[in-house]
Design a protein around this ligand. Sequence first.
Ligand SMILES: Cc1cc2nc3c(=O)[nH]c(=O)nc-3n(C[C@H](O)[C@H](O)[C@H](O)COP(=O)(O)OP(=O)(O)OC[C@H]3O[C@@H](n4cnc5c(N)ncnc54)[C@H](O)[C@@H]3O)c2cc1C
Length: 299
Amino acid sequence: MMYPAPFRYHRPENLNAALQLLQRLGEDAKPLAGGQTLIPMLKMRVGDVTDLVDIGRLPDLDEIQLGESEARIGALATHARIAASSVAQRLPSVRDCAGGIADAQVRARGTIGGSISTGDPSTDWAPMLHTMAAIVEIQGPGGKREVAIDDFITDAYTTVLQTGELVTGVRIPLPPARSGGAYIGYKRSAPAYPTAAVGIQLTLDENDVCIAARCVLSAVASRPVTSAAADAALVGTRLTEEDLRAAGELIIADTNPPADVRGSADYKRSVLRGLFLQVGAKALQRAKGENIEGEHNYV
Ligand SMILES: Cc1cc2nc3c(=O)[nH]c(=O)nc-3n(C[C@H](O)[C@H](O)[C@H](O)COP(=O)(O)OP(=O)(O)OC[C@H]3O[C@@H](n4cnc5c(N)ncnc54)[C@H](O)[C@@H]3O)c2cc1C
């Protein structure tokens, strides 16, 4: 790895100062959060970055709150803190996701805000947050705005963030009773991004019939893959293996997995088929009230 090109380093005292600085410096200035993506990119000399605005120690952006009807996670909350939080205890798929990202070093520094802001098609938070219909809070020169997570990433490495804007947090509506979710990434090793990942969130009625479902696939297209047809196919069923397999085929048909060092397109589709059944079964058990541990799968 090379040394980064020279850049200026700024550490503003508070959020307003950071926003003003980012606006004044323009598009070649980048906010620095955990640095787990940005620093390696700088060392590879990707992009023209003249200024780093270190937001990593800004007060109040790392709070994690579990309320009556929603959870809120500040942009600077690290994966490790989220994994150990009350929100992860209440929402096991949050725990699956946070606890399975990379290794302990990356989880100790990397943040949820930084993760979604990269728009990297292989990262775990954006797809996981889709299953929970999360909202992204953004603040910029024009004030505050909110964007549904589904609309936040528009293409590979591209988000709706404008120059000078920061993600300040994400809000997750709490699901009703008899809901459960799971998220599993399939990885070659802990410090590797997933080859493929699947997330599913379900709600059951008192007869164990599915009344709401949101599923997602990740790392197999330029952005998280969602499918209204697959979600609808799960609703009204008891989520047998056949029901899951049929819905899985609907969403997998919408993928276009890149052939790369992690495997061929066919290999990734077959990984997705296995993961979809596994994640669906785990989400179902959790919706029925079982306390199931979650962990990523390793090759
Ligand atoms: C070896 C390794 C393995 C990894 N494996 C995985 C994995 O399996 N799954 C996974 O999901 N991730 C993985 N990651 C990425 C990691 O999760 C990082 O958390 C994430 O990529 C970026 O978070 P960060 O806080 O470090 O952001 P930074 O690196 O500081 O910033 C990343 C980008 O986001 C911008 N940014 C940061 N914060 C904000 C904000 N609040 N508002 C607007 N823009 C912002 C920065 O300007 C920069 O462009 C891995 C990273 C490494 C180094």
